[in-house]
Design a binder for this molecule. Structure first.
Ligand code: PRP
Length: 192
């Protein structure tokens, strides 16, 4: 194992830990206000929204976001993965499903990044088939320059108009760097 601190492998920081913290706080307040003012809530039983964390990248964002929401929420986890074999571009595989039903619930999908849009499109369609009361989407990063499938996003932390590969705050390169507190670009010599 390489004992060098991973921060030394950063080429440049795109979003600092402080910037992320401020932005997550704004999103949390907005989500809380939208669901409690009734505007977004459709649940016939008046239950709190279910935040769905898309594993594994969104784990760090989700953990911070829920603590910036001062009103009731529930949460659940789903894990999906791209096939990435080149034969079926955009194909998504379900690795772990939700633990609980979302029938007639207000669902807020929480992503770290929306890139081509295939993953969120797969999730939104799959959830819609379970007859939830509503489905909304929150992403920390909207990398819209890479979009292949149109997606309507309700809450966006940051929009990226460049196609740089980013790591940190849950996002990985070859499973590393998810524990960086900022979002950054890796030095080219660490890309194999
Ligand atoms: C990332 C991210 C999204 C997806 C977005 O997950 O967390 O789920 O890619 O890409 P798309 O818009 O092009 O579909 P990844 O497959 O890297 O897995 P991870 O969450 O385990 O890091």
């Amino acid at each position: 194992m390489n004992v060098q601190p991973i921060e030394e492998r950063i080429e440049k920081v795109l979003f600092s830990a402080e910037e992320i913290e401020r932005r997550v706080a704004v999103l949390g307040e907005r989500i809380s206000r939208d669901y409690t003012s009734g505007g977004f809530s459709r649940d016939p039983k008046g239950r709190p929204p279910v935040l769905v964390c898309v594993l594994r990248g969104a784990m760090v964002f989700m953990a911070d976001l829920i603590r910036r929401i001062p009103t009731e929420v529930e949460y659940d986890f789903i894990c999906v993965s791209s096939y990435g074999n080149g034969t079926s571009p955009g194909a998504v595989r379900l690795v772990k499903d939700l633990d609980r039903p979302i029938y007639e619930r207000d669902v807020l999908i929480v992503e770290d990044i929306i890139d081509t849009g295939h993953t969120i499109d797969y999730l939104r369609r799959g959830f819609a088939a379970r007859d939830p009361a509503s489905i909304r989407i929150c992403t920390l990063i909207d990398k819209r320059v890479r979009r292949e499938v149109p997606v309507e996003i309700d809450y966006v932390g940051f929009t990226m108009d460049t196609d740089e590969f980013i790591i940190g705050y849950g996002m990985d390169y070859a499973e590393l760097y998810r524990n960086l507190p900022c979002i950054a670009v890796l030095k080219p010599e660490y890309i194999r």
